[in-house]
Design a protein around this ligand. Structure first.
Ligand code: SF4
Length: 80
């Protein structure tokens, strides 16, 4: 009694759980790939933010010409 519906129910739970963990795994893999790509671009001296220095998270550490110019013009603006 109820064995078949119990099997279907537990099979469904198994697949839902498997899909959930697969989605989580894909999300983690995507985040790791983005981090690796960003680090690789930075090491190659390639901009990681399409040249949008204002608001870029790594502006303070960035040594690319665009960033140096942005910092220079920002300090000029700050000093008047
Ligand atoms: S600070 Fe500017 S040049 Fe450096 S990665 Fe960010 S956007 Fe690119």
């Amino acid at each position: 009694m109820g064995g078949l519906s119990g099997n279907i129910h537990s099979r469904r739970e198994f697949f839902v759980g498997a899909l959930r963990y697969a989605a989580l795994g894909l999300l983690c893999a995507g985040a790791a790939l983005l981090a690796v790509k960003r680090r690789w671009l930075k090491r190659q001296g390639i901009c990681v933010n399409n040249g949008l220095c204002r608001g870029c998270r790594i502006l303070e550490q960035c040594r690319l010409p665009l960033a140096l110019e942005a910092k220079r013009s920002s300090s000029r603006t700050d000093n008047g």
